[in-house]
Design a protein around this ligand. Structure first.
Ligand SMILES: [Zn+2]
Length: 484
């Protein structure tokens, strides 16, 4: 369906006398196709595909938004949803938690916008047979020893489109394609089991799938899983810790992204996803990290997993600093949360699909590069540990105290990387940890990751987010091995 056709449906339902009392109506159509190819131990384990398509109707009445979705694009079905959404808004408007203003022709929380976004193409250029063959080859290649007891490789292909039209003239079309690649090897020797993994989470850009360097990465995963079997356990000590970008992804996601979501700060998520240690008065005042910490919200970066031009409220996306020189200045809240909290926010009002209302989400949350080369970081450390790739995580409901484990680590002694360490873990408290940020890698150390599985909201919404980070060095971090 085109935006023109969606507008036609909107015009037809607006003729209905039952919708006369609606002050504003918006339609958001989402169509998404998801294909998954899984190879295990050199064989195909599973190929699956699913499609979803529907229309969310939003109706504004007396400061209140009502929602109802239709899996059918037929005018009668969309009208039925619109009437349900109007009734919901009428009923709720009497007890509004936060009645919103109506602007010249539209609720102020739904700006009038027109535009188009298309991610780089990826899925359409590779055949299902070629993708199946690739996951079989990858999982087969990692079977390098009888001690490697399981190998797994999967590729998830996503392609979708969303359209937003409204009675105030909004007309937005966005097309998204992405590939999730993951491969892992599990090695076992007696009672010791170790897993090593690698992968990519990007919109478009599938070049790495046909680049010879992919096979070096596949080999390295298998070799490192074996290497970990005989590596010494991570010591228990307080030391310098270098986090590689893959682990920084999790660190940024859990201890910067989630606590800065304004709906959490307002308490909306406290029963489910949790609250936040950050308070409204902290914006502009809290020294979240050291002066080297600069974090941006940036859906405009091409190719990251959550790049787009407009959020699902029609707010145009722009790059914004959340933390500048360590100071917290902006939260992750869309126009509704900004209106309620008076905290400066971003265009992050996003829904996971057509049958969910938008809420405050992360998009691409990136840690900006610094000026240190990788070698400068390592040579500055007298004694420390480098950790790579998240393995486990635990963080409290306020996103304050955390404990994270990694797959792989290296000892650093007298400015040099020495031997491999297994079962590396570290723990900390969010703001002291970020204030211990001592060196930030230059652009050459940047790597883009992300996750397709950020969960939040009731009913649950699983959404894709992107994270780009350089290598970072933290001081005075408590590390410990797997025995604790
Ligand atoms: Zn998350």
């Amino acid at each position: 369906m085109s935006a023109k056709n969606l507008n036609k449906i909107l015009n037809e339902i607006c003729i209905s006398p039952e919708l006369k009392k609606a002050e504003w109506i918006g339609l958001r159509e989402v169509r998404e196709r998801h294909r998954s190819f899984v190879g295990q131990d050199g064989k195909i384990r599973d190929i699956s595909s699913d499609n979803t398509h529907g229309i969310m109707v939003e109706v504004f009445f007396h400061g209140q938004m009502g929602y109802s979705a239709s899996p059918s694009p037929h005018v009668s079905a969309v009208l039925e949803s619109a009437i349900r959404a109007l009734r919901q808004a009428q009923a709720a408007s009497k007890w509004s938690v936060a009645p919103f203003d109506f602007g010249a022709s539209s609720p102020r929380v739904r700006p009038v916008a027109k535009g188009h976004y298309a991610s780089p193409k990826s899925v359409s250029t590779m055949s299902p047979a070629a993708i199946s063959e690739l996951v079989v080859m990858m999982s087969g290649r990692m079977q390098k020893s009888s001690k490697i007891v399981q190998t797994l490789a999967y590729i998830d292909c996503l392609d979708g489109e969303s359209r937003l039209v409204s009675t105030s003239g909004t007309e937005i079309e966005q097309e998204l394609e992405g590939i999730i690649l993951h491969f892992q090897a599990t090695a076992q020797d007696g009672s010791i089991t170790q897993k090593r993994s690698d992968g990519e989470n990007l919109q478009g850009n599938q070049q790495y799938l046909t680049d010879p360097s992919l096979w070096l990465r596949v080999d390295r995963v298998a070799e490192q899983s074996l290497e970990l079997l005989s590596a010494p356990e991570c010591p228990n000590e307080t030391t310098s810790v270098v986090l590689m970008p893959s682990q920084m992804t999790l660190q940024i996601h859990e201890s910067i992204g989630h606590p800065l979501e304004i709906d959490r700060i307002l308490g909306d998520e406290r029963n489910y996803a949790g609250w936040s240690f950050v308070r409204a008065k902290d914006f502009g005042n809290l020294q979240y990290g050291s002066k080297l910490l600069n974090v941006t919200f940036d859906p405009t970066v091409s190719g990251e997993l959550a790049s787009y031009s407009f959020d699902d409220g029609g707010n145009p996306a722009k790059r914004e600093h959340l933390i500048r020189d360590g100071l917290l200045i902006r939260g992750l809240g869309g126009l509704e949360s900004q209106t309620r909290s008076k905290i400066p926010g971003v265009a992050n009002f996003r829904a996971s699909s057509w049958n969910r209302p938008p809420v405050d989400r992360m998009a691409n949350i990136n840690l900006e590069p610094g000026s240190s080369s990788f070698d400068q970081i390592i040579s500055s450390i007298e004694s420390g540990i480098l950790m790579d790739t998240n393995r486990s995580w635990s963080i409290d409901d306020y996103r304050n105290k955390f404990q994270f484990g990694c797959e792989y680590a290296k000892r650093i002694q007298n400015g040099k990387i020495t031997h491999t360490i297994r079962n590396p873990n570290y723990r900390g408290i969010t703001t002291p940890f970020w204030n211990g940020l001592k060196m930030v890698g230059e652009a050459s150390t940047l790597y883009t990751h992300g996750t397709p599985n950020c969960g939040k909201a009731e009913p649950n919404q699983v959404i894709r987010v992107g994270h780009r980070s350089p290598v970072c060095l933290f001081e005075n971090v408590e590390v410990f091995g797997g025995a604790k």
